[in-house]
Design a protein around this ligand. Structure first.
Ligand SMILES: NC(=O)c1ccc[n+]([C@@H]2O[C@H](COP(=O)([O-])OP(=O)(O)OC[C@H]3O[C@@H](n4cnc5c(N)ncnc54)[C@H](O)[C@@H]3O)[C@@H](O)[C@H]2O)c1
Ligand SMILES: [Zn+2]
Ligand SMILES: [Zn+2]
Length: 393
């Protein structure tokens, strides 16, 4: 089959790789019809490159049609339409039963010291072949895939794999009081969806910051108050003005470690490009090379007693955090990979009854799998108005 494969920094290709096969009696094979490109995929061709291997199949936001089921699969049959969550979670262990699918005890990567395996995502998370491909082997066929109706188009359901539950969790963790205020940092697919969900769930004031004109325009069209800068001092000053001098009740960081605004960290990151990966693999976990620009803005901007919700992914271990300020401001900080299945029962009804979150028009680009390399670069460089790309194998 054809699949998007990792070849190095800023280098993905479409290669022919072996078709996946049923390995366990609870596996299913899904023929992929739509598969998103995510901001997390960009980390893999940048900062997280030391944890990838040439030929790894990318992608963790797929949906499609079940083509084959293992002998013990009773919940699905060939022809069913499913969305595949990015967490590989059994949905039967203790962690899964607590709604913490990203910590699934069946797929936890204990040898690496990391949580549940993820599709298409680094050695730290199991190095499992991903879903930007024609076919995908999906384990836990009875409990993992999300069965969805045959209509309407894929766009309606595909974001259940990641964007919707991630943004939903970010908003829940933000704990915005009814009618309260939230600042969303970053208007990529995750930040954009956070603004929509925050409004839908009753936030009174939704403010967002980014610098990419198309992304700001999109948010503005949805009635979001936008701040067209990411410079910390400017964002903090403007958001204070907009919130009676106090700062917002909550800040959602939907940026993560590719933030712009921190030249020193950026140098450290570039250094990873010239040091052999075996060494960097250690250095990344011990020293940490994150750019904390967005997180620092969040800490400064949030009102005293407010909440910060981190959905942006951070990679290193020991970046200097302004812990004194965080402590002094009595900030609550919640974070983590989204627990996809935890939120499916809340979100699915919104997709079955109209389209209150605007998912049908959410993708800016739908392209054949063969065009993935160009689409990746456009998404990375924010060219051609690219916000969300769906690959259509
Ligand atoms: N927690 C999870 O389960 C989960 C799931 C999916 C994605 N993510 C993470 O969420 C983050 C966003 O993903 P995305 O797909 O929207 O990616 P993206 O890269 O398209 O979006 C990031 C946006 O942040 C903006 N930005 C950069 N620096 C900024 C700053 N200092 N202040 C404000 N905005 C700034 C960029 O211009 C860009 O528009 C990534 O870190 C991704 O890995 C996490
Ligand atoms: Zn994703
Ligand atoms: Zn589990």
């Amino acid at each position: 089959m054809r699949a998007v494969t990792w070849h190095g920094r800023a280098d993905v290709r479409v290669d022919t790789v072996p078709d996946p096969t049923i390995q366990d009696p609870t596996d299913v094979i899904v023929e992929i019809t739509s598969s998103g490109i995510c901001g997390s995929d960009l980390h893999l061709i940048e900062v997280m490159a030391p944890f990838m291997s040439v030929g790894d199949v990318m992608g963790h936001e797929p949906m499609g049609i079940v083509r084959e089921v293992g002998s013990e699969v009773t919940a699905l049959k060939a022809g069913d339409r499913v969305v595949v969550p990015f967490n590989i979670s059994c949905n039967t262990c203790w962690m899964c039963s607590q709604g913490l699918q990203s910590q699934c005890e069946t797929t936890q990567n204990r040898d690496q010291g990391y949580g549940a395996s993820l599709f298409g995502y680094t050695k730290l998370y199991g190095q499992v072949p991903g879903g930007q491909a024609e076919y995908l082997r999906v384990p836990f066929g009875n409990t993992l895939p999300i069965k969805v109706p045959d209509a309407p188009l894929d766009d309606r359901y595909v974001y259940l794999s990641d964007v919707l539950p991630t943004a939903w969790q970010a908003v829940q963790y933000a704990g915005i009081p009814q009618g309260g205020s939230v600042l969303v940092l970053g208007l990529g697919p995750i930040g954009d969806m956070c603004t929509r969900i925050a409004k839908h769930l009753g936030a009174g004031q939704v403010i967002a910051s980014d610098v990419v004109p198309e992304r700001l325009a999109r948010a503005r069209r949805n009635g979001i108050e936008v701040i067209d800068t990411t410079t910390q001092a400017d964002v903090v000053a403007r958001v204070r003005d907009m919130t009676d001098g106090r700062g917002p009740d909550a800040v959602i960081d939907a940026v993560g470690m590719e933030a712009h605004g921190s030249p020193l960290a950026s140098l450290a990151q570039k250094a990873t490009a010239v040091v052999p990966d075996a060494i960097m693999e250690k250095v990344m976990q011990v020293v940490g090379v994150d750019r904390l620009a967005a997180l620092n803005t969040a800490i400064e901007a949030v009102r005293r007693g407010g909440t910060i919700s981190l959905s942006g992914v951070y990679g290193g271990a020991t970046d200097p955090m302004p812990l004194m300020t965080m402590f002094d401001k009595q900030i609550q900080l919640r974070m983590g990979q989204a627990n996809v299945w935890r939120w499916v029962p809340d979100i699915l009804p919104l997709l079955l009854d109209g389209d209150p979150l605007g998912v049908d028009d959410f993708a800016t680009h739908r392209v054949p799998l063969e065009e993935a390399p160009q689409a990746y670069m456009n998404f990375r460089e924010k060219k051609d108005g690219t916000v969300k790309v769906l690959l259509q194998p």
